[in-house]
Ligand binder design. Structure first.
Ligand code: 13P
Length: 245
């Protein structure tokens, strides 16, 4: 049985005060899923402390980005070892905002994936197609090539215990969610693509997940949780998603 994971991606939102208020309001009673919080870098230690007060066994800390390098003269970068030092368990790599706004290629994403695994952390590898690619019936081809870039660098063994998030670019922050059937089709494709490791891999859906649509997404056989943006900034809404998982 795969464990469900709901991960909050706060993106570049929040403050020290926000984090305090959020965790004061957060009630994860009745939640059986694992839950992860990925705040901006400066708040990792603040959130790490606040997580100790959350009365839920399966909570973990994550980061939103990482350097592909180990250490050295790389101004502004943060290594996977540093994230581990702050008790992070997860690192989001390959988010579409980083691919499109910061020019991260699939090859760079693959190097980040490897750096995170080598540090003993778990990447949450984001893949997904644009609207144009979906309308040209190229969604699976695009996602397949995003996955191939990782296994070409790291070998097929890299999928062991993997966490992959399918985030259709057209559904991120737009209020448009993939239908449960559209998401399921892609999740099934990803699971098959991961080969023998696919059965154990956690494949999350991301893109305008809310407490109101979460249950229908989670009812799909290959959807193992969610990567939540906007709705993860509201403690009640986020807890509702976790409870649906
Ligand atoms: P929204 O939930 O705001 O659509 O964002 C999804 C996302 O990008 C999570 O990483």
């Amino acid at each position: 049985m795969r464990k469900t994971l709901v991960a909050a991606n706060w993106k570049m939102n929040g403050s020290r005060e926000f984090a305090g208020e959020f965790f004061k309001a957060l009630d994860l009673s009745g939640v059986s899923a694992d839950v992860a919080f990925c705040p901006p870098f400066p708040y990792l230690s603040v959130v790490a402390d606040l997580l100790k007060q959350v009365g839920h066994q399966g909570v973990a800390l994550g980061a939103q980005n990482v350097s592909e390098r180990d250490a050295g003269a790389f101004t502004g970068e943060v290594s996977a070892a540093m994230l581990k030092d702050f008790d992070a368990r997860y690192v989001i790599v390959g988010h579409s905002e980083r691919r499109s706004l910061y020019g991260e290629s699939s090859e760079l994403v693959a190097r980040k994936y490897v750096a995170v695994r080598q540090a003993g952390l778990m990447p949450i590898l984001c893949v997904g197609e644009t609207l144009e690619e979906r309308e040209a019936s190229r969604a699976l081809e695009v996602i397949g090539s995003q996955l191939n870039a990782v296994s070409e660098l790291a070998g097929e063994d890299c999928w062991h215990g993997a966490v992959v998030a399918y985030e259709p670019v057209w559904a991120i922050g737009t209020g448009k969610t993939a239908t449960p059937e559209q998401a399921q089709e892609v999740h099934e494709f990803i699971r098959k693509r991961l080969g023998a490791a696919g059965e154990q891999a956690q494949i999350l859906y991301g893109g305008s997940v809310k407490s109101a649509n979460a249950a229908s997404l989670f009812a799909q056989p290959d959807i193992d949780g969610a990567l939540v943006g906007g709705a993860s900034l509201d403690a009640g809404e986020f807890a509702g998603i976790c409870r649906a998982a």
